[in-house]
Design a protein around this ligand. Structure first.
Ligand code: SF4
Ligand code: SF4
Ligand code: SF4
Length: 308
């Protein structure tokens, strides 16, 4: 009997759905074992019935549920609870689902300020009333999925890599536990470190010195002055075999998309410590909280600060 899978997307960009489609050849091995019963990105199965005939949304019973995206509005919350009641095992996939992701950067602003900016303060759209009733009401902030319902497995990343998704599903099918790496991005980075910055802070799009040369001959990007978030970010993006992290491979500093090293860590605090250790002054960074928690703003890491 194939394992039934139901998937729903909430506050997202759709990139994590592309990850599922990007699994490539391993997906061919997985597909005979899986039966997708609800997955808006690949199949026409509607929440309110195929012709909208039902008054209540429904998600079919399934063995495994996958949620992408954080919980931004009342509808997301209701569907997350519904999904939880319909599945035996729930996966939060992608950093939006695990930590709020980019949409949770809005957690720095009060709801009224957000409505004002979107419906009246935007130079590219006509001003209008805040919609009431036609669209689901926003919650007070963006929540990670596990702040709303019990989650059995979190797969971080913006997006989660296809091989991590495939490996997690393989483990589930075999009934063996799937563990995230306990290492940091730095632990899997081959650049040279001397624990001393060789430059003051640089802007992100300045070129990395040594780009194109073998990485084991290139100075650590943070020591070059870039805000590389490797010290405060969980490893895993380089592949299940522990390969070089994917941005580092492209000579780009890590932006922290795999999220904090553990549930209670705060990347801003960890990064301030890491920068100070090599002699860079974190006080020079005006937007530290948002800069270092841009993928992890749920769970109180980003809060309303009175900014507009
Ligand atoms: S985690 Fe990244 S790729 Fe996935 S839905 Fe969120 S923004 Fe998109
Ligand atoms: S700070 Fe960045 S470049 Fe330096 S070792 Fe860590 S991941 Fe590599
Ligand atoms: S290097 Fe950092 S930002 Fe890039 S994919 Fe890996 S965790 Fe994400």
């Amino acid at each position: 009997m194939p394992v039934k899978v139901a998937q729903e997307w909430f506050a997202i960009c759709g990139g994590c759905e592309v990850t599922v489609l990007d699994v490539g050849e391993p997906l061919l091995d997985l597909l005979p074992e899986l039966e997708f019963v609800h997955m808006p990105v690949i199949m026409d199965h509607k929440l309110f019935g195929q012709t909208g005939e039902n008054k209540e949304a429904d998600i079919p019973q399934a063995d495994v549920g996958i949620i992408t995206g954080g919980i931004r509005n009342e509808e997301n919350k209701h569907l997350a609870e519904l999904m939880r009641s319909r599945v035996n095992f729930l996966i939060a996939m992608g950093s939006c689902a695990c930590f709020g992701g980019i949409p949770a950067m809005a957690n720095q602003f009060a709801l009224d300020d957000l409505y004002e900016r979107v419906y009246r303060g935007n130079s590219t759209t006509d001003s209008g009333e805040t919609p009431k009733g036609e669209v689901p009401a926003l919650l007070d902030r963006v929540y990670a999925v596990d702040e709303v319902v019990k989650v059995d497995l979190k797969l971080p990343g913006c997006p989660t890599t296809p091989d991590m998704f495939a490996a997690a599903i393989m483990h589930l099918l075999k009934g063996t536990p799937f563990e995230l790496s306990q290492k940091s991005v730095c632990d899997q980075c081959p650049t040279i470190r001397e624990k001393k910055a060789v430059s003051t802070l640089k802007r992100p799009l300045e070129p990395v010195e040594g780009a194109g040369e073998p990485l084991n001959t290139v100075r650590c990007f943070m020591e070059q002055g870039f805000l590389c978030q490797g010290p405060a970010t969980r490893a895993g993006c380089g592949g299940m075999e522990g390969g070089t992290p994917r941005c580092i491979k492209a000579y780009m500093p890590c932006r922290g998309c795999y999220g904090p090293l553990n549930d209670t860590a705060n990347p801003m605090v960890d990064m301030m410590g890491a920068l100070s250790t090599i002699g860079l002054d974190p006080a020079q960074i005006p937007d530290r909280a948002a800069q270092f928690n841009r993928f992890a703003g749920a769970k109180g890491r980003l809060r309303v600060t009175g900014r507009k």
